[in-house]
Design a protein. Structure first.
Length: 537
């Protein structure tokens, strides 16, 4: 046995001790950790892209993925909540900010505008006041938005405040836009017709600030005399690579000429003079409702003969109503000549009321006795759609035919909606609700049941026969609980003056508002549409 070499084996496997195989546990562990890190980076990257759409690269990616919408046109009742700041308030609010505060605030303002203020709970700063046009520059592919013009505006009350407002319009409206925005022209931004939201702040020299504003309503602007007007359209896409502000320091110096003059009669760029104040025109004024055609009343004391009635032209399609003469009415006798004694056999016969245009084979007069024991029903006049002249003797009307003629005239409804108005506490029965029940009404609807709204409200906007209210709690001006997301839009009857903005009103069971509908917006905002149905204040 000497001289022989033996090898040891481990257990029953038959492998030598020096040749143990390596397992891949460490490698798999490293690979799994790398995958976890990659997933975490993807999640953080997607969150960063969706949370910061104001970055140019993120905005392009979201547009390609159809995850973001272009700027939209807001209705005045669906516009985001905001605060209206005059030039002095704009200078006080933004003039004292530091550079880092302005940078963070600009990112927030642009982000909210790109998202179309969807689910936005912050107040949007709106610029109001009177501004003078210093100059205009065209919007191109290299600017923030296009097509249209960007106007450099200076506040009349506070010259340190400058606005650059893009006026985006279609190519066919650009000539009218250039004629309207001439140097020296004054533009009046009013509340609540115009909503010019601030989306960027830039600090200039000499304690001046430049604000970039966007008209969220994209409405129609015009002068008081109606000589100049133009309509705006929202831009289809934004060019974030160009950045804000739209006008550079060199552009501002060139448009202002180095010296800002306050002469309103200064000749503009195209040799035209500014024509009064430019302000936004309300939608109902921009597209006026045609006046209804009302039938003309005929004089009672001089009734025309039937053969003198001219046939209606094809353009006028209003129905012709024949006059009705009461026959055998015991309280009123038919008109007869004064010189003719009653009961004389020569008493002229009184024909019955015949609709104009009704063909008759032979006009047969019907003799009516002066007095009778049993009154007969009065024949009703039937209107004819296609009247034709027919010779007939003149008809004498009774002396009290004024009221009957008025009732036979066609009644034309007013173009605006009309609803009944009652004395306080005398309206029909209905369910009395609070604004806190708007959540349930928006989900279930009001159906055919009559609902009345009571509570304490603050007026946030007023004009054109309509007012917007916000439900208030015990403290005026502070909406509490679920009422913070509720808005009440009330229509007032024709001739009634809505309450002024800033007032706080209370309505109880004697003078409530009648609810017409309750709608929930995409952002969770609940709009209660109601009417004023009681008289008095």
């Amino acid at each position: 046995m000497s001289g022989k070499r033996y090898y040891g084996y481990q257990g029953k496997s038959g492998h030598r001790r020096g040749a143990e195989p390596r397992d891949g546990l460490f490698g798999w562990t490293v690979f799994i950790f790398l995958l976890i890190g990659f997933v975490f980076l993807c999640w953080m990257g997607s969150y960063y892209i969706f949370a910061n759409p104001e970055k140019a690269a993120n905005y392009r990616l979201l547009l390609r993925m159809h995850k973001i919408e272009p700027p939209v046109r807001f209705e005045i009742t669906e516009a985001p909540r905001g605060e209206f700041l005059k030039p002095g308030q704009l200078l006080e609010r933004f003039g004292s900010m530091t550079t880092s505060e302005i940078r963070r605030f600009n990112s927030n303002l642009l982000r909210r505008f790109i998202r179309n203020y969807h689910q936005d709970r912050e107040l949007v700063p709106y610029a109001v006041g009177t501004y003078r046009v210093l100059g205009t520059s065209p919007l191109t592919n290299e600017t923030f938005c296009r097509p249209g013009l960007v106007a450099l505006l200076q506040a009349v009350e506070q010259p340190e405040v400058l606005l650059e407002q893009p006026f985006t319009a279609q190519d066919k409206d650009l000539p009218g836009l250039k004629r309207s925005l001439v140097t020296g022209q004054q533009i009046k931004l009013e509340k609540p017709l115009d909503l010019s939201a601030v989306i960027h702040i830039e600090r200039l020299t000499e304690n001046k600030i430049l604000l970039t504003t966007m008209p969220l309503l994209y409405g129609t602007y015009g002068a008081a005399k109606g000589e100049t007007s133009f309509s705006l359209e929202p831009p289809e896409e934004l060019n974030l690579e160009a950045g804000l502000p739209i006008l550079s320091i060199a552009d501002i110096s060139r448009l202002s000429g180095g010296k800002i003059k306050g002469d309103n009669d200064k000749v503009g760029n195209d040799g035209e003079k500014p024509s009064g104040h430019l302000s936004r025109i309300a939608e109902e004024m921009a597209t006026p409702t045609p006046e209804p055609r009302v039938a003309k009343a005929l004089p009672v004391n001089q009734p025309p003969a039937l053969h003198e009635v001219a046939p209606a032209s094809p353009a006028e399609k209003s129905p012709q109503v024949a006059r009705a003469i009461p026959v055998n009415e015991p309280a009123v006798l038919p008109a007869i000549p004064v010189s003719t004694p009653i009961g004389n056999e020569n008493t002229p016969a009184i024909p019955r009321a015949i609709p104009v245009g009704t063909p008759l084979p032979t006009p047969t007069p019907v003799t009516t006795p002066v007095a009778t024991q049993t009154p007969l029903p009065t024949p009703k006049a039937t209107p004819s759609p296609t009247p034709k002249p027919s010779p007939s003797p003149a008809v004498s009307l009774p002396s009290n035919a004024t009221s009957m003629t008025a009732t036979n005239q066609p009644v034309v409804a007013r173009p605006s909606e009309i609803w009944p108005v009652y004395e306080p506490g005398k309206m029909p029965r209905g369910r009395l609700v609070e604004s806190s029940e708007a959540q349930a009404m928006a989900s279930k609807g009001i159906g055919g049941e009559r609902h009345y709204l009571q509570g304490r409200f603050a007026v946030t906007a007023s004009g054109n026969g309509r007012a917007v209210f916000r439900p208030q709690g015990a403290i005026a001006g502070v909406p509490l609980g679920p009422n913070a997301r509720i808005r009440v839009i009330v229509d007032f009857p024709s001739g009634a003056t809505p309450p002024a903005e800033g007032n706080v009103i209370s309505r109880d069971n004697l003078r409530p508002f009648q609810i017409t509908s309750v709608k929930r917006g995409d952002d969770g905002q609940i709009n209660i549409y109601a009417r004023e149905i009681t008289r008095g204040q």
